[in-house]
Design a protein around this ligand. Structure first.
Ligand code: HEC
Length: 98
């Protein structure tokens, strides 16, 4: 799910049209070291992206606010958990499957 969708805009280690996964994960992990909070905040934010609750104001300036995607909250929680668990820095930029 993450690979098919989020990856369109978020590359693993390179920031092109949106911050890389490595980058936003780092920001979120610093803010929410606890897995549960990380998952809750990220899934809620992606469910309804808002500038006010963004942790990455500089990215909004640079790329514009992330568009709303039509995922249900449970799917987003799964994706957020996957992001929390996965080390994207060792993947070498190639696509992988869950
Ligand atoms: C159409 C392009 C696009 C897609 C698809 C997309 N994103 Fe984003 N995303 C962005 C852009 C651009 C930003 C940077 C601006 C911002 O923070 O709103 C961003 C920012 C983020 C942030 C940082 C939020 C913050 O605090 O500002 C998270 C987390 C995130 N995306 C997660 C995801 C996840 C998870 C998916 C897949 C379910 C996804 N994105 C799919 C474009 C996209």
């Amino acid at each position: 799910m993450f690979n098919g969708n989020c990856i369109t805009c978020h590359k693993e280690t390179q920031t092109i049209s949106a911050p890389s996964v490595v980058k936003f994960k780092e920001v979120y992990k610093n803010a929410f070291p606890e897995k549960e909070e990380f998952i809750n905040y990220m899934s809620t934010w992606v469910f309804n992206p808002k500038a006010e609750s963004s942790l990455m104001q500089d990215s909004i300036q640079k790329h514009g606010l992330m568009p709303h995607l039509s995922y249900d909250i449970d799917t987003l929680k799964e994706i957020s958990a996957y992001i929390y668990e996965t080390d994207f820095t060792t993947r070498g930029g190639k696509y992988w499957s869950k």
